[in-house]
Design a protein around this ligand. Structure first.
Ligand code: SF4
Length: 352
């Protein structure tokens, strides 16, 4: 199959101590697939759940429910453990009223899957390289540790050679192996992070905003390097960014998230030319477009209000509190992601 990663109805809630119910509803019912060798871009404002989704796919966060299939193997499957109940709730200091509340229900435990082989195949490159590299370890030790965990080198010599090879792959000097992370610039640290991810010969890499903590002047170098690596090693990327202008050049397809839900997904070109979800339209209106034909027809739309809290997300369409087209239906019914043109998916009642 040409699909490497498939996610069905994936949901991730973070339990909040002392709070009843599901807690922070960070990722809600997301379904998507990633083809072998492609880059799927994932965008949305901070707090929209894109990083949580990336980490949940890798099972760095244990999912709450849904299904994850990697290369044809189900690596996670669990029923949704909540049900809606109508209850009397009391607002702080206000009167009580009826509301639908999610209540935990008993479901069988998810089957345990040995993740070790997948931990090698699926890697992550973090946003902040300085925080993700252990300051007490040399660069050689950091990369060597990844090799050791998965027992990838038979001899000491092989290990040393592989570390040197990885450093030169990411454009660093092989003598850098004996230095510590703080001796490097942000861009060089990110190269070390990339070398560490590549050390274990992965197939799939979640690039979690890998350039947003870097100087603008070196961002494109790192992006180009990631693209070269993809070509050379046949990698598949989930590339997370808060800015469409970053992902649109490197992504084959782009998914847009809002408050934990996937609202639109299409080929990169199609999404840029013809966004159909109201939220994507506002996101795109904020990005400068070089094509005068497009920019003339595109007015900047500014959203009113802040993103609501994922602890208490709006009912129905989660975007309804800020959407200029919201109707009564939007407040009540959750719009499902549907294919409106070949490969172009969106979740909005307006589209039918
Ligand atoms: Fe707006 Fe309704 Fe569409 Fe949500 S479903 S984006 S509120 S029109």
């Amino acid at each position: 199959s040409d699909i490497l990663v498939q996610v069905d109805h994936l949901t991730k809630y973070f339990h909040v101590k002392g709070m009843k119910g599901p807690g922070v509803q960070a990722v809600e019912d997301v379904s998507l697939f990633i083809k072998r060798g492609e880059t799927l871009g994932l965008v949305g404002e901070s707090g929209c759940g894109k990083t949580t989704l990336g980490r949940t796919i890798l099972r760095l966060h244990e999912p709450t429910s849904g299904q994850i299939i990697y290369d044809g193997q189900t690596i996670y499957q669990h029923q949704y453990p909540f049900e809606p109940k109508t209850m009397q709730v009391r607002e702080k200091g206000g009167a009580s009223h009826e509301a639908s509340v999610l209540v935990k229900k008993a479901v069988p435990k998810a089957k345990a899957v040995d993740m070790l082989p997948y931990r090698r195949k699926m890697q992550i490159i973090f946003q902040d390289p300085s925080a993700s590299l252990d300051p007490r370890m040399t660069v050689g030790e950091i990369i060597g540790e990844a090799l050791d965990i998965h027992k990838l080198c038979g001899s000491k010599q092989e290990r040393t050679d592989r570390i040197k090879e990885l450093l030169s792959m990411v454009g660093l000097n092989t003598e850098h192996a004996n230095r510590y992370p703080h001796e490097f610039s942000g861009g060089q640290q990110q190269r070390v992070g990339i070398a560490r991810a590549l050390a274990v010969r992965p197939e799939f890499i979640v690039c979690d905003e890998p350039i947003s903590a870097l100087d603008v002047s070196i961002q494109s170098q790192v992006v180009n390097m990631l693209e070269d690596m993809q070509q050379e090693l046949g990698l598949t990327y989930l590339f997370i960014a808060h800015d469409l202008s970053v992902v649109r050049h490197i992504s084959n397809r782009i998914g847009v998230m809002y408050l934990g839900t996937l609202v639109e997904l299409a080929e990169s070109y199609e999404l840029n030319r013809n966004p159909i979800h109201p939220y994507t339209k506002t996101l795109l209106s904020a990005v400068p477009v070089p094509d005068p034909e497009v920019s003339r027809s595109r007015q900047r739309i500014v959203l009113e209000g802040d993103i609501p809290s994922p602890m208490n997300p709006p009912s129905g369409c989660r975007f309804h509190t800020r959407c200029p087209y919201a109707t009564e239906q939007c407040k009540q019914a959750v719009p499902q992601l549907k294919e409106h043109a070949p490969g172009h998916w969106a979740a909005c009642h307006l589209l039918g």
